[in-house]
Each structure stands twice: as C-alpha cells, then as structure tokens.
Ligand binder design. Structure first.
Ligand SMILES: C[S@@+](CC[C@H](N)C(=O)[O-])C[C@H]1O[C@@H](n2cnc3c(N)ncnc32)[C@H](O)[C@@H]1O
Length: 326
C-alpha cells in the first residue's frame, strides 16, 4: 500500500468536521452511488485520520468487502455502522494505513536507547544515595509508541534497549486498529522484516519451526492479516514481558495509561491528520510526558508546533522535543 501525504490540512476545527458529518448521516445514503468523500469524512470523524486521495480506490474496496462479508449492501453497511462496534472496527482495520517496518528510523531508535541508558545510570545513582531505596525517580523507563501498527517500532526499541543490557523498561504500543494490535502481540514477522534488524539485535530473532502452529488456528477470532501467515521468525520470548499493546484512539481525551512516559514516540501517523488535530494530539502527548521526558516525531512532522512547555532538541537527524515543565 502506498502512503501519500495529505494536502490542505488546515480546515478550521474538529467541530467543523463533526458538524459537516452530522449532515452527512442524513444525506449520504439517499441512493447507492458511492460517495468517497462522505466515507473519507466518516473515517476522519472516527479517528482524525484523513485518508489520502490516492487511497480512495482502496477505501472503496475495503467498504465493498466489509459489506459483502456481512451480507450487506453498502447502504445497509452505512446504517449498521453506528449500531455495531465490530463492523466499525473491521472497517477501520481495513482502511487505515498500517505500514511499518523494523528500525524504520535508526537515529530515533538510537536516541531513545541513549536516553534509556542515561535514565538507568540516574536510577542506579539514586539507589546508591537513597539508603531506603526510595529515590522518587521512576525506576521503569517508560516508552509509549503511538500508532504502533503491527508492533515493529515497539519491538525494535525493545531489542535495542535489551542489546544494551537494559532491563528496567516498559514499552506500551497503542493503535486504533484491533487487527494491527493482534499482529503486534503475536510478534511474528516475515524474512523481509528480519533483514532490517541490525546485527547486534539479531540474537532476538527466533526462527519459527516450519510446522509452527499458524496464527489462524490459535487466534481464530482476531483477523490476523495474511502477511503474518508467512511469518518465519518471532521476537525472543524473553523480551515479551517488557511490552504491552492496547487499543486506544488518539483523538480521545483519555490517555491509555495513567503513567507519565519518559519517551513518547509517534512517527508516521500525524502526517495523516489535520493541523488542528495534530496540535490537540501533541498537547495531550505533552501532558503524558514526564518532566525531562521526550516526544519523538518522524523527521519533518509537525514542524509548525510551538509548545510553551517543551523545547526542541538541536539534533540534525531526530525530530525531538523535551518537556521543560509540567
Ligand atoms: C503508517 S502507520 C505508522 C506505524 C509506525 N508508527 C511507524 O512509524 O512505522 C500509522 C498507524 O496509525 C494508526 N492510527 C490511525 N489513526 C489512529 C488513531 N486515531 N489512534 C491511534 N492510532 C491510529 C493506524 O492504524 C496505523 O497503524
């Protein structure tokens, strides 16, 4: 699937999208004509994600397929969506862009690994100074991977930290797609993904035997994508206790966890959102960032952002902000 950039992300506000979408519910399905823009707006209202125009054919196929697999017409699907969470979820699974890969942006992973190493030193020092072992420093280095897709970013970070002998860290991956999360939890990938993993992290690649149980036989209910069926390896089971995955829609106000995070990494997702949504999301992410913690975006993302409580770190390769106060 080709990921394209969204043009014109400067519509006024989210309430504008809501208002136009309320009218949409009444008018869209007067006949069976497929109106791609109306469906695009539905996806945007649900998730904030603006499907690029190059994806419209993909969107139509996803809608047709979802409708057919439930014995519905497209019009019936439209009216069933508000009543059925499962249908809505299945459509989102199909239309959102879940493209990801291991070590997608190595400088960002190296940066986070360095931060984790510094944090570990700080914790060890604090432990030495504090006789009772209570130092006030959160001992776990917490990382939140936002829009984690099939888990490649979260697992890359886990491998990188483990390769530096770090043990006290917890990584949370969240996504709005159940299907993507099922793949992330399974932690099984194909040979192309293995080739992207640097040498020092290859010890965390465990070959799957040719007759390993297929995901469909063990996880019949969780619509694992076809690519997972060609899996040839899995992430080392010893790493799995560091990582958890949870369903979370980033346009919701409520965070997925009460814990503040030392690093929030959100790459290749915001570019699909309108600017006002990007701003709101970033404000919520900064609220979830621990003092002194970091928000890591993909290079070139949200360059317009000027938060009062964060400072941009001068790093030519990594698009990173540090929280300066609460
Ligand atoms: C292109 S992938 C990026 C994956 C990964 N961060 C990376 O850089 O490789 C974008 C992900 O954002 C997720 N996403 C889209 N809208 C979302 C939302 N409202 N809340 C949470 N995740 C969302 C999609 O399901 C998809 O898995």
């Amino acid at each position: 699937m080709i990921a394209g950039h969204v043009d014109d992300l400067n519509q006024p506000t989210r309430s504008f999208v809501k208002a136009s979408s309320a009218a949409l519910g009444k008018t869209v399905m007067q006949n069976d004509h497929f109106d791609a823009q109306q469906w695009q707006r539905y996806i945007e209202l649900e998730t904030g994600f603006v499907l690029p125009d190059v994806q419209l054919k993909w969107l139509k196929n996803a809608i047709d397929h979802t409708a057919q697999s439930h014995g519905l017409s497209v019009k019936q699907l439209w009216y069933q969506l508000p009543k059925s969470n499962a249908l809505r979820q299945q459509l989102l699974d199909k239309v959102l862009i879940h493209e990801s890969r291991f070590f997608r942006h190595q400088p960002s992973i190296d940066f986070v690994t360095q931060c984790a190493a510094e944090h570990q030193r700080l914790v060890l020092n604090a432990d030495r100074i504090s006789a009772d072992g209570v130092s006030g420093v959160d001992k776990l280095f917490r990382i939140w991977s936002v829009g984690c897709a099939g888990g490649q970013e979260a697992w890359s970070l886990t491998m990188s930290l483990a390769a530096q002998q770090m043990t006290r860290f917890a990584i949370l991956g969240t996504d709005v797609s159940e299907q993507a999360l099922a793949k992330a939890r399974l932690a099984q990938y194909d040979k192309r993904q293995q080739a992207l993993i640097p040498q020092h992290c290859q010890p965390y690649v465990y070959p799957l035997s040719a007759n390993h149980p297929t995901p469909t036989s063990s996880l019949a209910d969780t619509a694992i994508p076809a690519t997972a069926l060609q899996a040839s390896w899995q992430v080392a089971p010893t790493l799995q206790s560091h990582v958890s995955f949870a369903l979370h829609n980033i346009i919701e106000q409520q965070p997925p966890t009460p814990h503040l995070q030392q690093v929030i990494i959100c790459q290749n997702m915001l570019l699909y959102f309108r600017k006002f949504d990007q701003r709101d999301i970033l404000a919520r992410l900064s609220a979830q960032c621990a003092p002194g913690g970091y928000i890591v975006l993909a290079p070139g993302e949200a360059l317009f952002w000027r938060p009062a409580n964060m400072r941009r770190i001068a790093n030519p390769q990594v698009n990173v902000w540090q929280k300066t106060n609460t």
